[in-house]
Design a protein around this ligand. Structure first.
Ligand SMILES: *[C@@H]1O[C@H](CO)[C@@H](O)[C@H](O)[C@H]1NC(C)=O
Ligand SMILES: *[C@@H]1O[C@H](CO)[C@@H](O)[C@H](O)[C@H]1NC(C)=O
Ligand SMILES: *[C@@H]1O[C@H](CO)[C@@H](O)[C@H](O)[C@H]1NC(C)=O
Ligand SMILES: *[C@@H]1O[C@H](CO)[C@@H](O)[C@H](O)[C@H]1NC(C)=O
Ligand SMILES: *[C@@H]1O[C@H](CO)[C@@H](O)[C@H](O)[C@H]1NC(C)=O
Ligand SMILES: CC(=O)N[C@H]1CO[C@H](CO)[C@@H](O)[C@@H]1O
Length: 292
């Protein structure tokens, strides 16, 4: 008998002996349970809606809840777009290049289908940061890593997804936090229960996001801004203004003069396309809140 065969036989025998012992132990411990009614369902204690702290009054809590629901819708559509098209989508390739879709799908699905516990949105101002000018909210970081504060500024500036592509907004040049959905997606990714400290900031603005994709950088599929921009553009192009979207300021003119099938406009790389400046002829875009 070869050494290899002997080794296999020995391990097969040990395996056979070990198995019943484990089974016995398991049965013993389960028969030791006082009664079957004390065995909890596998998903007992699951949380189906993102928790909002009691410091939020009725109007604040309602706006945050509506914003979170829009965040889920935004993430869900982004996931659907990826599932439908993967990298045959020009929008996908603009933000993720030819990177595999699995991580992107998961990053959106954890928002849509993931347990909603382990995070908290609050409306008091425990760290005093809401007193700083232009702060719409912040992640509490080391003070409370599972918590995000929403400051008063948010209630008067963040928009609904129903306003997508209106009021001077375009994907490339406007901040992602123009919308509650983009803002809260970002804030959710900061909290470890959702972002795992894996979805992080590898790019800081639209141009850097596009560069990550162009260089096929592996961080694009877990970059917070990339995931926000892609979701907003997929919503704009598929849902808000179907087949047209609002990728950049000049696009609406280009679209009306174009007679052929809708195509996405060229990628903006010009340095003049700064993220925070709204076109002067339109309503101003809300101020960018701090990254925290
Ligand atoms: C909730 O608080 C805000 C101030 O942060 C206030 O403007 C609003 O009127 C309050 N809403 C209610 C229902 O008390
Ligand atoms: C948010 O969505 C959940 C689940 O669909 C729903 O139960 C809840 O009423 C919604 N909240 C608001 C404020 O629309
Ligand atoms: C999508 O990515 C795969 C893998 O890199 C590549 O083979 C394929 O050509 C890409 N498809 C498109 C439409 O770019
Ligand atoms: C944590 O709390 C301290 C003191 O209250 C504050 O100065 C600091 O800004 C807080 N950190 C964050 C990330 O909010
Ligand atoms: C990918 O992007 C990150 C963040 O910008 C950068 O540190 C890293 O060097 C890039 N990797 C490659 C291979 O370019
Ligand atoms: C933890 C526990 O309930 N242990 C019990 C398991 O069953 C044996 C035999 O019935 C008891 O003696 C233990 O107290």
């Amino acid at each position: 008998m070869s050494v290899l065969l002997k080794a296999l036989l020995v391990s097969a025998i040990t395996g056979a002996i070990a198995a019943p012992a484990r089974l016995e132990a398991r049965q013993e411990s389960s028969s030791n349970e006082t009664s079957s009614s004390t065995i909890e369902a596998w998903d007992a204690g699951s949380v189906s809606q993102f928790p909002i702290h009691e410091s939020c009054n009725a109007t604040q809590a309602h706006q945050i809840a509506v914003g979170l629901n829009e965040t889920i819708q935004l993430a869900e559509h982004a996931k659907e777009h990826v599932l439908r098209y993967k990298n045959s989508s020009e929008i996908y390739r603009r933000y993720f290049g030819d990177r595999p879709p699995y991580e992107v799908i998961g990053a959106y699905d954890i928002i849509v289908s993931g347990d909603k516990g382990g995070v908290l949105f609050r409306c008091d101002n425990p760290d005093g940061n809401c007193n700083l000018p232009n702060w719409g909210g912040h992640w509490r970081g080391s003070n409370a890593t599972d918590e995000t504060v929403i400051c008063d500024l948010s209630y008067s500036t963040r928009r609904s997804l129903s306003q997508m592509c209106a009021l001077g907004y375009n994907v490339a040049e406007s901040p992602t936090n123009t919308f509650w959905a983009g803002d809260l997606l970002h804030r959710l990714y900061h909290m470890p229960a959702i972002g795992w400290e894996y979805i992080e900031h590898f790019a800081d603005d639209y141009e850097e996001v596009v560069e990550l994709a162009l260089s096929e950088n592996t961080t694009s599929t877990h970059d917070s801004d990339t995931l926000q921009y892609f979701a907003l553009e997929a919503w704009a192009y598929d849902i808000a203004v179907p087949g047209v979207g609002c990728s950049e300021e000049s696009h609406s003119d280009a679209a009306t003069s174009s007679s052929s099938a809708p195509a996405l406009p060229a990628i903006t790389t010009s340095a003049s396309a700064t993220q925070t400046q709204a076109p002067s002829s339109t309503l101003s875009i809300p101020p960018v809140s701090m990254e925290w």
